[in-house]
Ligand binder design. Structure first.
Ligand SMILES: Nc1ncnc2c1ncn2[C@@H]1O[C@H](COP(=O)(O)OP(=O)(O)OP(=O)(O)O)[C@@H](O)[C@H]1O
Ligand SMILES: Nc1nc2c(ncn2[C@@H]2O[C@H](COP(=O)(O)O)[C@@H](O)[C@H]2O)c(=O)[nH]1
Length: 302
């Protein structure tokens, strides 16, 4: 009984160390050094995998790859690291450190891009793998697609409710998208998350991105690009959620939207979902202070 109470206490202590790393109150490097200095410490009983997962911006897939590269088995605890593994892990954490800023302010990041480029897919990946990021849920007057859940995918509301929210100033931004339905970002949850020091990701269209930048100049705008125009068309048709007429309408908008990529602070090419999501999260962590990501991309038309 006493042993199981001790085990629960140790688990809770490890969880609070992980939270402190995740909230950037302590660095992963200092956890490693404490673990290696004392085999009695709670830090020494932590798994390497859990320490890496606590670092903002690292999800399970990247952590698995990093551990493989470092030659550390997935179940290894900090106390069990060999000398060479310690050196490699230390070097990795030191390399990683400049990408994890000191606890300063939260960031408002806007992810936009043409239809079917994968904004929703990349955002969902971020929601599932980076719980530290707060993903805004938009309101829309369009009908739910099969599988979409009210309050998770969108708040599905009617025209009268949308009008009321516009009148009451409850949207940070809103727009008619693809000349069809209205979409808007509810202001209150975003202000609350930013006030708590959390970073917020908005997945919205380009008109909305412009409005956010106009009202919040510190917002970081990220433009998601497809690897090629043909791949964009393939993704839209392959998704199969729009009629041929709606696909045509969306592709017309996409050509105009691609021409606006230069207005954005950063560009990320979505060739692979995991990599694109990791780049977006790293840009969030860098609070827009870094150099814009270079992406050479031309549509067939230009
Ligand atoms: N990196 C990728 N490689 C291959 N397919 C992808 C990739 N990213 C997304 N897709 C696929 O492309 C299609 C469109 O993706 P998604 O619905 O996320 O786009 P979107 O940008 O949110 O579109 P919209 O603006 O029209 O809502 C989906 O079928 C998705 O599975
Ligand atoms: N300006 C805004 N655009 C938004 C918002 N939420 C989503 N969107 C964009 O709408 C299109 C179409 O989305 P779909 O789910 O119908 O395919 C897409 O570009 C979204 O990024 C919002 O709150 N404001």
């Amino acid at each position: 009984m006493a042993a199981s109470r001790a085990a629960v206490a140790a688990r809770q202590a490890r969880a609070s160390v992980k939270r402190a790393v995740n909230e950037r109150r302590i660095s992963a490097q200092s956890v490693l050094e404490v673990a290696l200095a004392s085999t009695e410490s709670i830090e020494s009983t932590m798994k390497v995998r859990d320490l890496l997962l606590a670092i903002p911006g690292l999800g399970p897939v990247r952590v698995a790859r990093i551990m493989e590269e470092l030659g550390i088995s997935p179940t290894k605890r900090l106390s069990g690291l060999g000398v060479h593994q310690q050196v490699r892990l230390r070097e990795f954490l030191d390399r990683r450190a400049p990408m994890v800023p000191a606890p300063t302010s939260s960031t408002l990041v806007v992810l936009a891009g043409p239809t079917a480029v994968g904004k929703g897919t990349v955002s969902t990946y971020i929601r599932e793998n980076h719980p530290e990021v707060c993903l805004s849920i938009s309101a829309t007057t369009r009908a739910p697609r099969p599988g979409e859940v009210d309050g998770v995918s969108y708040y599905f509301i009617d025209d009268a409710e949308f009008d009321r929210m516009v009148e009451a100033g409850e949207f940070l931004e809103w727009a008619v998208v693809h000349n069809h339905s209205r979409y808007g970002t509810p202001r209150a949850p975003i202000e609350a998350a930013l006030a708590e020091g959390r970073s917020v990701l908005l997945e919205i269209d380009i008109q909305g991105a412009r409005q956010v930048k106009a009202s919040e100049p510190s917002a970081v705008l990220v433009f998601l690009l497809p690897p090629t125009w043909d791949e964009l068309v393939r993704r839209l048709i392959g998704r199969g959620t729009e009629s041929a007429e709606e696909q045509e309408r969306r592709l017309r908008t996409a050509r105009v939207e691609l021409a606006a990529q230069g207005e954005f602070d950063h560009r990320v090419v979505n060739t692979d979902v995991q990599t694109a999501a990791a780049e977006v999260v790293e840009l969030m962590n860098a609070s827009g202070a870094g150099t814009p990501v270079a992406a050479s991309y031309r549509t067939k038309e230009n």
